[in-house]
Design a protein around this ligand. Structure first.
Ligand code: MLT
Length: 311
């Protein structure tokens, strides 16, 4: 009997590929290349993706044998879950696999914006020894506004507490007592915007959160604020952020995610006080191992007709 086909549409940790190769025929495709993805889905029993592959209604319709979509990561915003469910296709992810890596990426960007790491590095590589141009700010004693106090927001908060900061957060779904347990004071979004010296976003992308920080919100912040988004593109309006930075209403930004990805030509990339990375929040050896193994195990159970517990 032919082995079930597992289509790996994005880079997956070798340890996860080993688990899959024991029982299944593993095929690879570039999930961002639609013209390659759709025909490859025709024989797939399972498809494994990260964030660059859109498993939408069209992709699901191209996959008549599909039993499981596995997202090697936290979010599910690139998978049309209702459409999958309607076709009887199971959707699994690895909700805790990369939360530490994501929190650490946000902190890396925050520190980089505070100390002008990226432009200072670029200047030195260019042969310019510039010190006064790159005077930064301390994090100690500053107010850090956390937008979204879920798993990643909490890890971010716990780590930022060690810098001697004041932590405030906006999250309408979290109880004040729970926030207080980790040393965070819950406030309204308006209060957070007005009081923060640094703002870091830790929300999923939903209809409710898309464009949450836009032109109006960016008019409420201190001109010295630095904004970090290592969560999802589109939560901070990129044009509004560009306007705010160039008009001196925001001091800097650290960005890992963009409204449209891949993104290589944003006007934000030309600004010295913007440090930008290409969606690397989950890209660590440890997170990729955890995410890959978790979804590989789930796919194995699903294709063997066994119960799939939460990863
Ligand atoms: C996630 O949702 O966990 C990440 O964005 C996955 C990725 O890095 O592709």
């Amino acid at each position: 009997m032919p082995q079930p086909v597992v289509l790996v549409a994005e880079e997956l940790a070798p340890s996860a590929l080993d688990v899959l190769a024991r029982d299944f025929e593993v095929r690879h495709v570039d999930g961002a290349d639609r013209a390659a993805l759709l025909p490859a889905l025709a024989e797939a029993d399972a498809v494994l993706v990260r964030s660059a592959t859109q498993i939408d209604a069209e992709a699901l319709a191209a996959a008549p044998r599909l039993k499981v979509v596995a997202r090697a990561g936290v979010g599910l915003d690139n998978v049309d879950v209702p459409a999958a469910t309607a076709r009887g296709v199971m959707v699994v992810n690895a909700p805790t696999s990369n939360i530490v890596s994501a929190a650490e990426q946000a902190i890396a960007l925050l520190l980089a914006t505070a100390r002008n790491i990226a432009p200072a590095h670029a200047a030195l590589r260019d042969g310019r020894w510039q010190r006064s141009e790159f005077t930064g700010v301390e994090i100690s004693d500053k107010t850090i506004g956390i937008v979204g106090l879920g798993r990643i927001g909490v890890l971010f908060a716990q780590r930022m507490a060690a810098f001697g900061t004041r932590l405030i957060a906006y999250d309408p779904y979290v109880q004040p007592t729970r926030a207080a347990q980790i040393g965070v004071r819950l406030v309204s979004l308006e209060e957070l915007l007005a009081d923060s010296d640094f703002i870091s976003i830790h929300l999923p992308k939903t209809a409710e959160t898309l464009g949450l920080i836009g032109e109006k919100e960016l008019r409420l912040v201190k001109p010295t604020v630095r904004i970090v988004n290592a969560a999802r593109g589109g939560l901070v309006d990129e044009q509004a952020l560009f306007n705010a930075i160039t008009e001196g209403r925001v001091a800097g930004a650290g960005l890992d995610v963009y409204a449209t990805e891949p993104c290589t030509d944003s006007p934000l990339f030309a600004l010295e006080n913007v440090v930008a990375t290409p969606h690397l929040g989950a890209s660590t050896v440890e997170a990729q191992d955890k995410a890959g193994l978790a979804v590989a195990r789930s796919v194995r159970l699903a294709l063997n007709g066994e119960f799939v517990p939460d990863a």
